[in-house]
Write a protein that binds this ligand. Structure first.
Ligand code: ZN
Length: 247
């Protein structure tokens, strides 16, 4: 689904309870078309290959992108907001199909190392199967210059995970926040690497940005895209009032 010129959203179904039951868990994915030399696309959070409800998430993403004229073979860069399998899971499969490079936050790569070692049992007991991923690029806070006129700002937003990144497109006023906030709620902080205090601080930082499209990592029973400055401001206020006290 086209959002604005060159920006596309692929929302995993789950606004109604029936959809949530039927489709299971997967992250929303976002594409920036023709962002790279050779008209290659950037894909943010590719989601899983197959999820616990046996939905073919990657097949669905590929066919939805096709409807917009975007071929998976033309993905040149995958940016993962964080190292949870429902977000990065399909990275290596898409690399096979396209030769895309895979990027993740620098600190999040440390989590990946722990996740395959000492933390693996704890994650497994929480139901996390960690698919393999071998990032090529480790992103730190700062400017990410893609095409000639295309600049993204990588912002560190720890809390849901330690090395979580958000991607802000200042010209388009778009923020891709992964699992920082949703419509009416926030990312959980009980997974290893999570921190309620860090999450609150990250949310306050992002609340100061000029955002017209807040793109979240999941629908979880509410819209995955929060549109309009006022609506976004209201959402931060609701979160402060009704979620912060319980984090
Ligand atoms: Zn997550």
């Amino acid at each position: 689904m086209k959002l604005v010129d060159n920006f596309y959203a692929y929302l995993w179904p789950g606004v109604t309870t029936q959809e949530m039951m039927r489709y299971g868990n997967n992250s929303n994915s976002y594409a920036v078309a023709n962002a790279l030399p050779g008209n290659k696309h950037v894909l943010v959070d590719p989601g899983q290959v197959v999820n616990e409800a046996r939905q073919n998430c990657l097949d669905r993403l590929i066919s939805e992108m096709k409807k917009d004229g975007l071929k998976i073979e033309d993905v040149g860069l995958i940016i993962n907001t964080h190292a949870h399998p429902d977000h990065y899971g399909a990275s290596e499969e898409i690399r096979k199909l396209s030769g895309a490079k895979v990027a993740i936050g620098k600190e999040e790569n440390e989590f990946l190392k722990l996740a395959s070692g000492e933390m693996s049992q704890a994650l497994k007991s929480m139901g996390f199967e960690m698919p393999e991923v071998h990032p090529d690029l480790y992103l730190s806070e700062g400017e990410l210059r893609l095409g000639k006129d295309l600049v993204a700002q990588i912002i560190l937003i720890p809390g849901h995970s330690d090395g979580h990144i958000g991607i802000y497109w200042p010209k388009e006023k778009i923020f891709m926040g992964g699992d920082l906030v949703f419509d009416g709620s926030t990312g959980r902080v009980d997974i290893p690497g999570g921190s309620a205090e860090a999450l609150k601080a990250s949310i306050e930082r992002i609340a100061k940005l000029d955002i017209e499209y807040l793109l979240t990592g999941h629908q979880y029973g509410s819209p995955g895209i929060i549109k309009g400055k006022e609506q976004i401001k209201r959402n931060f206020e609701i979160i402060r009032r009704s979620i912060f006290p319980y984090l």
